[in-house]
Design a protein around this ligand. Sequence first.
Ligand code: UD1
Ligand code: CA
Length: 470
Amino acid sequence: MRFAIVIMAAGKGTRLKSKRAKVLHQIGGKTLLEHVIAAATQIVPPEDVYVVVGHQAGAVQAAVAQTGVKFVTQAEQRGTGHAVQTARQAVSSYEHILVLSGDVPLLQPETIARMRDFHLSERAAMTILTAAPDNPHGYGRVLRKSPDSAEVVAIVEQKALTPEQQGVREINSGIYAFATEPLFNNINELTTANAHGEYYLTDMAGLLVNEGHRVTAIQAASATEVLGANTIAEMAELDAAMRLNTAHKLMAQGVTIYRPETTVIDSEVKVGADSIIEPFVQLLGDTHIGEDCRIRSYSVIENATLENHVLVRQGCIISESHVQAGALLGPYAHLRTGSEIGEEAHVGNFVETKKVRMGKGSKANHLSYLGDAEIGKGVNVGAGVITCNYDGVNKHRTLIEDGVFVGSDTTLVAPLVIGKGAYVAAGSCITEDVPADALALGRARQTTKTGWAKSRRSQIQAAKEVEKSR
Ligand code: UD1
Ligand code: CA
């Protein structure tokens, strides 16, 4: 049987007090809507997913266009009932539809499937996914015919609860299954006679029951899964829940994470077995970490790949880079876009790299800037070495061949080639290519004036005595 999925994502999210549409806020490194679409497309192909957009429709569509879902525009946001009504033309040829909320992002595909199957087996006109959280405040409540009946009488929104209904803990998750025919035969009966003056989709429950249809409810396995994100604080809670979940998934695959609640790990991140993640580490975007790595505290790694046995010491910032096996980074190394660090290479304290390829076993241990450079194997880059890659207009490359030794505090003015096995003396300013196996010195010769300091001190002393005697 063909199902369509309708995702309601047109609302502004007034309670967030944000300029950005609610469904474009992120948790776990992805927008709310991307999470919901990811769950939906596990159930039906993307061409059967219809996203109702309205507030900031252009931005919302652009953000998820690559998923291949379809869009329905709700020009004016007149409530959840109106959102589904807007999708009528698009989905009325399907026998059943599943309705998801763009702001309920932890929902798992298994739960959607369970609701769908229950809906079909109960031959219901409407099925509501419910939950019983500790604090039901703010959610619509689901009134069953009797406590152990699958059948529902109505959904009552928070603001319309009678004092006795306040005690009902079973909430409406905002996720539903509908038989299309009774839904659209009755949807025009919805009214705006309520606290918000909106067309509530929740009123369909009572309407359908009054028309003699069967409306059922099924509870989600965990209340966390159906929590909504209506405020920034709720958003932060969902973010924490999602990231903790990601951390637990990684731990189940053999990764050690000390104090997982302090880490910030995006949902797509992969980490190999026997790697260790220390407290306060952030692993973001499309980051892949191999096996037997150790990521020490306060490091932030984004869209980077680390092969096996890499040690990242404290406080490193690594983005859009590739680090080969056995490399050693930090503390406080900054690997910027396009850094390719070779096997067993070292990039140490306060070293910044950008568009650099560094060969096997090469070392830059302290205080360097290496940009637009090709560094061979077994190169030693001394403390404070700087590639001067920018002349104010263009970027130039520095090529340092295998086995070169670059002394400390050297400036390498690109374009430049330092030939294989060459030595560059400390404190040099190198502006010309250095042939293989040569020694290049690019500094003024030292002059030493014997006794100069001593005679200077006695001059000062004599001047002071003249001053006093006046
Ligand atoms: C809704 C339910 C409530 C339930 C809760 C669960 C209604 C009336 N109430 O309340 O019973 O407990 O979800 O999270 O449905 N939207 C549109 N177009 C609109 C209005 C809303 O697309 O005109 C979208 C929103 O972008 C959002 C979703 O529908 O993604 C839910 O709307 P929201 O205003 O957040 O409803 P709640 O007040 O949370
Ligand atoms: Ca909501």
